[in-house]
Design a protein around this ligand. Structure first.
Ligand code: ZN
Length: 283
């Protein structure tokens, strides 16, 4: 298949369904996908017929993370920046380059999507790993199938978690430490017990459950939903999430820089393949 439609979009009964569509690469996020996703979210936001947005993944998995090794990896390319006002990363070096790029496509984009003024439901099945967590956590809530699992193994790279550091807010701090220190997969059931996932259902019922819930939410007034979302997001920020993420983003970039200073690259010499291998070895 071509990589033309890395994100698909459809609207049925007031619900916009936005689907990650790089199934051959477990929906690894390259920048092309990030900007396609952003365009889809903007489209759903602008369409008054759309009341609720569902974010899903095509294929066997929701999302295996950021693209750190597929043929479509496009970190060296320029896209029209949407999330933050900063300079283009492609003609910069070192930390200057990484900070510009990750402020825009990772932290900035996830924050932007968290503020979409319509309810967004993550419909998660299979793997939801690292950058995949960022997508799911940017949504208002998560409905997962019983085969879903969650992990953030980037501590293996010497980095304190993914760029959108919501861990201590989406689960309790002790669980967040276990999640990060071990790199272990948390099952959908465990994630539900920790409050990170709203509901776990059998895989065959995932879609119907999400659409039924979206349909009920769609009965609420559009503006009321927008204000309610803002109200809860503000409460989360008052609990320190936004400031906490900013401070961890600094640690995150310190780790990238340290890796680049003492080793082969900013990712501690690990790519998708070697990460998977190490995860397995430990498992
Ligand atoms: Zn990073």
């Amino acid at each position: 298949m071509t990589e033309e439609d890395v994100v698909t979009y459809e609207v049925v009964d007031q619900v916009a369904r936005i689907t990650l569509n790089r199934p051959d690469y477990r929906n690894a996020q390259n920048s092309k996908m990030t900007y396609a996703l952003d365009a889809a979210f903007q489209r759903a936001t602008d369409d008054d017929e759309v009341k609720v947005i569902v974010l899903a993944g095509n294929g066997k998995h929701f999302c295996a993370g950021h693209d750190i090794g597929t043929p479509g990896r496009d970190v060296d390319q320029t896209f029209e920046r949407k999330a933050v006002i900063w300079w283009d990363h492609t003609d910069k070096e070192g930390g200057d380059q990484r900070f510009a790029r990750e402020s825009e496509v990772y932290l900035g984009m996830c924050r932007r999507w968290r503020e979409i003024p319509k309810p967004v439901i993550a419909m998660v099945h299979g793997a939801c790993i690292a950058g995949g967590l960022m997508l799911a956590w940017s949504c208002d809530f998560i409905i997962a199938s019983d085969d879903a699992f969650f992990s953030d193994p980037v501590v293996r790279m010497g980095i304190p978690g993914v760029e959108y550091f919501a861990h201590p807010w989406v689960m309790n701090p002790r669980a967040a430490k276990e999640f990060l220190y071990s790199g272990d997969r948390f099952t959908a059931q465990r994630a539900e017990a920790l409050g990170m996932v709203n509901q776990v259902v059998p895989a065959a019922e995932l879609e119907s459950t999400v659409l039924a819930l979206a349909g009920r939410i769609a009965q609420m007034p559009r503006f009321g939903l927008a204000l309610t979302k803002k109200a809860v997001n503000q409460a989360e920020d008052l609990q320190g999430m936004r400031a906490g993420m900013d401070s961890v983003f600094g640690l995150h970039h310190f780790a990238h820089a340290h890796n680049a200073e003492v080793g082969a690259d900013s990712l501690g010499g690990l790519d998708a393949k070697s990460m998977a291998k190490k995860n397995k070895e430990q498992g």
